[in-house]
Design a binder for this molecule. Structure first.
Ligand code: PLP
Length: 398
């Protein structure tokens, strides 16, 4: 609040009123750097995680004009996917690595995907829908050995798992402040020391010339404080939230028939649970949950007015019916045991009620059409086709 009221000076102005504010900005930068074990100079504040992701890829391509290939995964957040699609429309090649049925990533596929013209590999640290954690240290080491820049979208990770840019050796890492209870609309990009960087937002000299635009000091200070708290309470919060999540998940899996987990049990973020409830529409369950004060997400996205199964669950080979009946529960710092009990008390009844009236329960056309074995076969074929018979990656395959 003081930075919205009394100390509203421009941190980039030379007069004392601005420079006093600058000191707080520097302090916040040091706190965000500490969160990921970086140096303060390696942190560039951005407007959000999306901007950080776009900026990293933009820089790699802008500084390597001869390289027109990017590798990413089929399960990235739209903050990466949409940029990849834009690049494809501009004539770049983007390889989307497939994932296994438990949402994990086979590092050998990444190995096969890297080509002499690969400018960057961008693989998320942890998936926002399933919580599944990818082998970032191995991926970064592989890219380093091949001289390719490596970026990771770590937006879901701070406050939940330890982040260490030194130990993992990543070149770029994206953060978004609101995932750690700081204000929305502020993010950061870690840019490894001595890594060449081409700004995405060009203008003034702010952020040592790496991101133009007057600094959003109140939000940056909030981000710094949240980073400090997230780091200080990481261990205890991680354990507490994991216990709550596991109780929630195990109770539902044990008590609701035809309920399965989407994604591997481990390695996974401690706070995420993505469960498929057959024969229901998740959107209907969300509405009923909302009526009893429970906020959750579904495994679907509303695209052009139609409910489409999520791209993450689809990439894992989850059937459309199960994907459409998938609910995602995200726990956090403020989630209590009483709230988990509240969910456990209401959800079984909601699922039972929806199943009783569900056309999916009987002869829904999708149920007849969908054949799990053939879906798995198709995913396997996609995976093989992707690597190519001669072991050469087939760029652009999805
Ligand atoms: N990446 C991941 C994995 C996310 O979960 C999100 C937001 O939910 C983003 C990127 C985008 O972050 P922002 O909303 O700050 O742009």
């Amino acid at each position: 609040m003081p930075f919205l009221t009394e100390q509203w000076g421009n941190a980039s102005s030379a007069y004392q009123f601005g420079q006093r504010v600058r000191a707080h900005l520097d302090e916040a930068r040091a706190k965000v750097a500490a969160l990921v074990n970086a140096e303060p100079k390696e942190i560039v504040f951005t407007s959000c995680g999306t901007e950080s992701n776009n900026s990293a890829i933009h820089s790699a391509l802008a500084l390597n004009p001869g390289k027109r290939h990017v590798v990413t995964t089929a399960v990235e957040h739209s903050a990466n996917r949409k940029y990849g699609e834009f690049l494809q429309r501009r004539g770049y090649e983007v390889s989307y690595l497939p994932v296994e049925s438990d949402g994990s990533l086979d590092i050998h596929l990444l190995d096969q995907s890297i080509r002499p013209d690969t400018a960057m590999v961008s693989v998320m640290w942890a998936n926002n829908e399933t919580g599944v954690v990818f082998p970032i240290e191995e991926a970064a080491a592989l890219c380093r050995s091949k001289g390719v820049l490596f970026h990771t979208d770590a937006v879901q990770v701070p406050g939940k798992l330890k982040l260490d840019v030194r130990a993992t050796g990543v070149d770029f890492l994206s953060l978004s402040a609101h995932k750690l209870h700081a204000p929305k609309g502020i993010g950061a990009l870690y840019v490894k020391r001595r890594t060449r960087y081409q700004p995405y937002v060009m203008g003034g000299h702010q952020e040592r010339g790496r991101r133009g635009g007057t600094e959003n000091v109140p939000y940056i200070v909030g981000f710094g404080r949240a980073a400090e708290l997230a780091l200080a309470h990481l261990e205890e919060e991680n354990t507490r939230v994991r216990e709550l999540r596991d109780r929630l998940e195990q109770t539902l899996l044990a008590n609701i028939p035809n309920c399965t987990r989407n994604g591997a049990r481990e390695p996974r973020l401690p706070n995420t649970s993505n469960l498929a409830f057959e024969f229901i529409e998740a959107e209907a369950a969300l509405m009923l949950l909302d009526q009893v004060g429970i906020c959750a997400s579904s495994g679907s996205a509303c695209t052009t007015g139609a409910v489409e199964p999520s791209h993450v669950l689809t990439a894992m080979g989850v059937s459309p019916m199960r994907a459409r009946g998938s609910l995602r529960f995200s726990l956090g710092l403020y989630t209590t045991a009483v709230e988990v009990d509240h969910l456990l008390q209401h959800l079984p009844g909601i699922i039972a009620k929806l199943r009783a009236i569900s056309p999916l329960n009987a002869a829904h056309p999708d149920n007849d059409r969908f054949d799990l074995a053939s879906a798995r076969r198709k995913r396997e074929q996609a995976r093989n086709a992707w690597a190519g018979e001669d072991g050469e990656p087939n760029a652009g395959a999805n």
